[in-house]
Design a protein around this ligand. Structure first.
Ligand SMILES: CC(C)(COP(=O)(O)OP(=O)(O)OC[C@H]1O[C@@H](n2cnc3c(N)ncnc32)[C@H](O)[C@@H]1OP(=O)(O)O)[C@@H](O)C(=O)NCCC(=O)NCCS
Length: 171
């Protein structure tokens, strides 16, 4: 993969067809908190009501075509030091280093965009080895196992918690 073809930018309504291509795939949404999107109308509504108003949700683009997303959501009030991280890319692009590269790009921006932010946090299902590898390759620290931590797709899951601090180095 030539990483100069990869960029991050906010979502636009005209991404809906490309967004639907990967967001309609159960393999992509399996470990995500949101459900598979099935129609163009749902895709448009999701982009308009969720992706665009989100404090920091960027489209991962290949030659400016949306193939995935990275989302970093700071908590509010006294917890604004902490943000939750989430990401995905279309299955056709798995295993090419794209999300690792996108995460590195996101981290180098997000601490500038949110000056109060100190800690990025990711929760990953125990079975999701690919996602754990992404975090390890970026430089996140695995802090431990949260037993029966939260629901995902109707089941209570064990999850690993990973963190990256503003003082940590991107690998
Ligand atoms: C997980 C996901 C984001 C990874 O994206 P990606 O662009 O394929 O990631 P990268 O290519 O940068 O790195 C993936 C790494 O995981 C490894 N990997 C993938 N599947 C694996 C598995 N089942 N077991 C072990 N390692 C695995 C790859 O070999 C690669 O590691 P390497 O570079 O050391 O070989 C992508 O598969 C995805 O979108 N999955 C669905 C959504 C999701 O799970 N999001 C995360 C929610 S916490």
């Amino acid at each position: 993969m030539d990483f100069s073809r990869i960029s991050l930018r906010p979502f636009k309504l005209c991404d809906s067809d490309n967004f639907l291509r990967w967001a309609s795939d159960d393999r992509v949404t399996r470990y995500l908190r949101w459900n598979t999107i099935t129609t163009k109308e749902e895709a448009l509504t999701y982009i308009e009501k969720v992706a665009i108003p989100h404090p920091w949700r960027q489209s991962i683009c290949l030659d400016d075509r949306s193939i995935g997303y990275v989302s970093i959501k700071p908590e509010s009030g006294e917890d604004k030091c902490r943000a939750h991280v989430s990401y995905a890319v279309g299955a056709a692009y798995w295993g090419q280093g794209i999300v690792t590269e996108a995460m590195k790009m996101a981290i180098s921006e997000v601490f500038k965009d949110f000056p109060d932010l100190v800690r990025l946090e990711a929760l990953v299902e125990v079975e999701n080895r690919g996602s754990q590898r992404v975090l390890e390759k970026v430089g996140f620290l695995k802090e431990g196992l949260l037993r029966k931590y939260g629901y995902c797709k109707g089941e209570i899951r064990d999850m690993f918690v990973y963190s990256f601090l503003s003082t940590d180095n991107i690998l």
